[in-house]
Design a protein around this ligand. Structure first.
Ligand code: SF4
Length: 396
């Protein structure tokens, strides 16, 4: 019996999240190619169009970093160090290849080191996508060209041509996936939320090692299951927005839940950032893909020109956070930023001022050491923050 026939819905999502290779191993045994990729800026539609399963490279906060420090300095983003560490310990051995992208300097560096370290394993395929840091007409043209190179490289590797129709079909499948994820997130607008923050983390992570067609079916099952079950939590807990680098573990959501709160929405690169906007289907599908992946993902790795005051710039950049806070009835925000993620750390003071000053939300800024041994201290801080949020709700 196939793994996907053994469990359904939330139970299957949880199983896949705890053993990410479970279904991928099965697919690989039947001849499917599994290619790793870093960052949500890599356009997955190209893999789907050619029948490859994209496998997101993630770290593990529960696994001490012991081997990567021989290759990467310790003052580097702990997430990418953890990813390399896992690969050096053989946790990514099932991959047939790897795609990197110039998301940030750390991700670019780890791609080079990764390939150096695994050169003797003879990856059958590697490719690097050069992504500009600005959104201007010329940079969209440049990025479209890069996506053309990426498409060509996959065609050469697989020996299959990718037609515009293949790409449009793949875009439709991934847009369907985005729509289902937004529907799932909508279930968190209720009081109490119909889906907990920890369940949402598990469901989003599950999709990062499955073919999109299977993930869409899983999301339909999960939505039906969640809508059909009785409310699981009492009403009235504090509703928290988590802004952060990535949410690839349930430690933080569980701490919030154990203190009586709910993480109802996130802005992270394993969560809403990856699916809040659809890819527009354009006459040349590369145009819609270039525009989406360069402009629609609100990551500070991308700079947008703005003429006006700093205050107006902040309003233009973070208005979407205000909209999320309003739509999901948020009472407080946690900034969970992986230590040495320079991009997010540089933005954090402005985000904190916007959330506190403009929206009047209590904010807790956590420097995420990407290490589960720090969870005792984290627990105390989260509990104290939720008490403060409760008091601030009471006084409003
Ligand atoms: S923080 Fe930005 S660059 Fe890093 S993985 Fe997320 S979206 Fe990509």
């Amino acid at each position: 019996m196939s793994v996907k026939e053994m469990q359904k819905g939330l139970a299957y999502a949880s199983q896949i999240t705890s053993d990410r290779e479970l279904r991928a191993r099965e697919l690989k045994a039947s001849g499917t190619q599994i290619i790793g990729y870093f960052c949500c800026s890599v356009p997955l539609e190209f893999f789907t169009a050619v029948g490859i399963v994209p496998y997101r490279i993630l770290g593990n906060i529960h696994e001490p970093i012991s081997r990567a420090d021989a290759y990467l300095e310790t003052s580097m983003c702990a997430f990418v160090r953890s990813c390399l560490d896992l690969s050096l310990k053989g946790k990514y051995d099932l991959l047939d290849g790897m795609v990197g992208i110039h998301a940030c300097d750390s991700i670019q560096r780890v791609y080079d080191v990764w390939n150096y370290c695994h050169r003797s394993d003879n990856y059958k395929y590697t490719h690097f996508i050069d992504m500009p840091h600005v959104v201007r007409p010329a940079s969209i043209i440049f990025f479209k060209k890069q996506l053309g190179f990426f498409k060509k490289s996959l065609e050469v590797y697989t020996g299959k041509a990718i037609s515009d129709a293949d790409l449009v079909k793949a875009i439709q499948l991934h847009n369907e996936n985005r729509k289902l994820l937004r529907r799932l997130y909508d279930l968190r607008k209720n009081d109490p939320p119909l889906l907990s923050g920890s369940e949402a983390v598990e469901v989003t992570l599950a999709g990062m090692s499955l073919p999109v067609q299977e993930y869409n079916k899983l999301l339909e099952e999960v939505i039906a299951e969640v809508v059909g079950r009785k409310p699981q939590w009492p009403t009235g807990g504090s509703r928290i927005l988590v802004y952060g680098t990535l949410m690839d573990d349930t430690t933080l959501t569980e701490l919030v839940e154990s203190a009586g709160g709910h993480v109802v929405i996130d802005d992270s690169c394993t969560g809403s950032r990856t699916f809040w906007h659809d890819v527009q289907i354009t006459a040349d599908p590369l145009d819609g893909l270039a525009k989406h992946y360069l402009d629609d993902i609100p990551c500070p790795r991308t700079y947008r020109d703005f003429e006006g005051s700093h205050r107006d710039d902040i309003e233009a950049r973070f208005r979407y956070l205000g909209e999320l806070a309003k739509d999901f009835g948020v009472d407080g925000a946690i900034l969970s930023i992986v230590r040495f993620c320079d991009l997010k750390e540089c933005d954090a003071p402005d985000i904190r001022d916007y959330l506190q000053g403009k929206l009047g939300l209590p904010v807790l800024h956590l420097g995420d050491a990407y290490d589960s041994t720090a969870s005792g201290q984290l627990k105390t801080r989260v509990q104290a923050f939720l008490e403060m949020t409760e008091m601030s709700r009471g006084s409003n």
